[in-house]
Design a protein. Structure first.
Lengths: 116, 107
């Protein structure tokens, strides 16, 4: 059974950093493109970033480019999102997902709240 | 960015009815479209990809259609467990974008 378990969310002040992790199991992690998708409270879904199977290719939405870094450790079957210079508009539940196009599997999400 | 306009924003239908949810892309997305179901307090679940391909394990009462800029999700024989918010998503161009969602309730 495919499982994606996010962790690392919490309350953080504007301008500070946070690193999210996503532990994957039940599938061959290294064979899958991975992505982060976020959802602000009571809002819709917003794609954040993606990473290729080997990690050599990444892509970000403009609003997080230069502040967020997506990475992966295939030996540990873990996906990461380093978030720096956080802003109030980054407040959302962050989901780890599989896929380069459509997103077949999703974690339960981890809530990031940016507030002073 | 490609804008995905979803309609209606909310929908109330009776058990056993057929419902349709529409998604209009601001440009041709060549059937690079997925549909998701998100139940309250849960993560989204993939229903349809490539506009009309049913994801494994999804009931056959769900179907997708469309091309170019216009797409739709059809739910036949509405059941109580279909209460959820439904989102479309284009993956033809970065950044991938989602529709604003359709909240489906039972009348």
């Amino acid at each position: 059974e495919v499982q994606l378990v996010e962790s690392g969310g919490g309350l953080v002040q504007p301008g500070r950093s946070l690193k999210l992790s996503c532990a994957a199991s039940g599938f061959t992690f290294s064979n899958y493109y991975m992505a982060w998708v976020r959802q602000a409270p009571t809002k819709g879904l917003e794609w954040v970033a993606y990473i290729s199977t080997g990690g050599g290719s990444t892509y970000y939405r403009d609003s997080v480019k230069g502040r967020f870094t997506i990475s992966r450790d295939n030996a540990k079957s873990t996906l990461y999102l380093q978030m720096d210079s956080l802003r109030s508009e980054d407040t959302a539940t962050y989901y780890c997902t599989t896929g380069a196009d459509w997103f077949a599997y999703w974690g339960q999400g981890t809530l990031v709240t940016v507030s002073s | 960015d490609i804008r995905m306009t979803q309609s209606p924003a909310s929908l109330s239908a009776s058990l056993g009815e057929t419902v349709n949810i529409e998604c209009l892309a601001s440009e041709d997305i060549y059937s690079d479209l997925a549909w998701y179901q998100q139940k309250p307090g849960k993560s989204p679940q993939l229903l349809i990809y490539n506009a009309n391909s049913l994801q494994n394990g999804v009931p056959s009462r769900f179907s997708g259609s469309g091309s170019g800029t216009q797409y739709s999700l059809k739910i036949n024989s509405l059941q109580s467990e279909d209460v959820a918010t439904y989102f479309c998503q284009q993956y033809n161009n970065y950044p991938f974008t989602f529709g604003s969602g359709t909240k489906l309730e039972i009348k």
